[in-house]
Design a protein around this ligand. Structure first.
Ligand SMILES: *[C@@H]1O[C@H](CO)[C@@H](O)[C@H](O)[C@H]1NC(C)=O
Ligand SMILES: *[C@@H]1O[C@H](CO)[C@@H](O)[C@H](O)[C@H]1NC(C)=O
Ligand SMILES: *[C@@H]1O[C@H](CO)[C@@H](O)[C@H](O)[C@H]1NC(C)=O
Length: 252
């Protein structure tokens, strides 16, 4: 083979590999896609139009008339109000949950009744709130004679059967908290500021940074084997081996 041919053989082959997508046999999946102001994104994110190509679907990527992109955090969930402000290459998503924002402003105690709802960890991935604060929800009937140290603030919930306590110190002492709030429930909520204030809304925030962490199995499947992480009908992990769609007729 002449040197030119050899060069083209290697070069063209490389181009083909780089431009080839991976797929599950039904759907060709691009290695990356653009999504308006969010820029170029890749797995585990996907466009809502290609739900099988990733784990987290972003809506309206191809719609220039819809500059606001939203994310679906629960499969089939109602997340039309979760706006994506940015996604880093490391898989951190900054979001604004408009519905949660409204609930926090209008009925703070009600909004803090439960943890912020995120997809529960699976054998594919887990999602964490990167900057969060721990709140202790204590029933009125149990906290009547509770006197936590002065560095705890109490947020009263008159319309509910609990009050909320939180540590005003920047690095909470979990041991101390455990012994103080033995009959509490723990709530972890995103926080945008220090907790050294009785104004709970000054640090609780519906604008948050979520961290998407692939499971070890999924990381290996996608990054090392070029496959796709999926769950079978028994909700068990499997790696659908990547297929390179190379049209051999292009090879000289
Ligand atoms: C879904 O979200 C939209 C927008 O926030 C809201 O108007 C609607 O009531 C929600 N539907 C359900 C079933 O929760
Ligand atoms: C809160 O932050 C801690 C420490 O970064 C993390 O381990 C935990 O998973 C976070 N909680 C939630 C609900 O994401
Ligand atoms: C909220 O999440 C934390 C951390 O994941 C967990 O320990 C706690 O039990 C949850 N609280 C409620 C009320 O579900």
């Amino acid at each position: 083979m002449a040197p030119v041919d050899l060069f083209c053989f290697l070069f063209c082959f490389l181009v083909l590999i780089l431009s080839a997508g991976y797929g599950n046999g039904h759907q060709d999946c691009p290695h990356s896609f653009t999504c308006g102001n969010l820029g170029t994104l890749h797995y585990p994110f996907t466009k809502a139009e290609l739900p099988d190509c990733g784990l987290l679907a972003i809506r309206d990527c191809d719609d220039p008339l819809q500059p606001t992109k939203t994310i679906q955090l629960e499969k089939n969930g109602n997340s039309s109000s979760i706006v994506v402000n940015g996604i880093t290459q490391q898989g951190e998503i900054s979001i604004l949950d408009e519905d949660f924002h409204k609930r926090l402003q209008q009925n703070t105690c009600g909004a803090l009744k439960n943890n912020y709802s995120l997809p529960s960890p699976s054998s594919l991935y887990s999602i964490h709130i990167e900057y969060n604060v721990t709140l202790f929800k204590c029933k009125h009937s149990l906290n009547m004679n509770m006197k936590p140290p002065a560095h705890y603030f109490k947020y009263q919930c008159h319309d509910y059967d609990y009050d909320i306590y939180y540590d005003s110190l920047p690095s909470p002492n979990n041991k101390e908290a455990h012994s103080l709030f033995s009959s509490y429930s723990v709530i972890q909520i995103s926080s945008k500021d220090l907790t050294d204030t009785s104004n709970i809304l000054s640090f609780l925030s519906a604008e948050m940074t979520l961290e998407v962490v692939l499971s070890n199995d999924c990381y290996e499947c996608y990054n090392l084997r070029g496959g796709q992480c999926l769950l079978d009908s028994n909700q068990k992990f499997y790696c659908e081996k990547g297929t390179l769609y190379i049209n051999f007729s292009f090879i000289p």
